[in-house]
Design a protein around this ligand. Sequence first.
Ligand code: AMP
Length: 300
Amino acid sequence: MTARVESFTAVAPLQAHLAEARAKGRRIAVVPTMGALHAGHLALCTEARRHADLVVTTIFVNPTQFGPSEDFGRYPRTLDADLAACARVGVDVVFAPDDPSVIYPEGDQTRVRVPEVARWFEGEIRPHHFEGVATVCLKLFHIVGPGTAVFGRKDYQQLQVIKRLVRDLFLPVTIVGHPTQREADGLALSSRNVYLSKQDREAALAIPRGLAAAVRAFSSGERRIEELERLARAEVAGSARSVDYVSCAHPDDMTPLAGTAPDRVLLAIAARYGTTRLIDNVVLGEDPGPTVADDRTVAA
Ligand code: AMP
């Protein structure tokens, strides 16, 4: 039997409901999402349960984090299925604003920026993206008042932006980063995978293959950043329509790395397959990395 999910579209009734729970001493965790929920999102909800008595999942396709030529208009919206999935994994409350004006009322103008962590990688390719992410998360934290918020390591730079935001603004929220959930063949779960044709999906397996190649090299002692990047790029370059980056960074502050690798190294990939832009990453020296179906070794 699945439990009932309380669903809210407006801020005030949600806050009244949560105030009551808080008054009873219930600990609240939040999982911010844009919906089109898959097993990756649901793993975050299950993780959230470990930290709280009441789990709130937010479902909001946030317009301010999309660029003008990006997929805001066609982003998948599957609210009924999302509510059913939330009920299945025991989410208590869903906050799904039915219009952007719920979060950005008439006259809204305040924005927050985390300029250095957001500078490279996604921030370089998608200007204003992290300003939109940081702003909406700050709003959601204020609306929900969670003690814990769970984010996926799939969006690794986003996780670091949020951690910095919380530290800089003394927000009373513990940020938990949860491992990337993957299909059996290694492809990271993403709401955007539904855009992929069968062929593009097959080709996109080059991304986890590239990450796995770097993980293997790193665990065999390879510490040259250029070589780690080259191994991953060798997989992705031949298969993608275009590659935005295959690059290493410091995993805590997101500054690009060159020369010799430290003990932990973020290797991040962004590439386009068909019209779909995919991102993925691994922290070498920390993550086990993807298990890939077709584990070909790239010739050196
Ligand atoms: P999104 O709906 O894409 O904005 O993602 C909402 C949250 O789910 C973010 O914290 C993402 O990092 C996380 N997420 C998305 N895909 C995955 C995945 N495959 N594994 C783990 N977390 C994920």
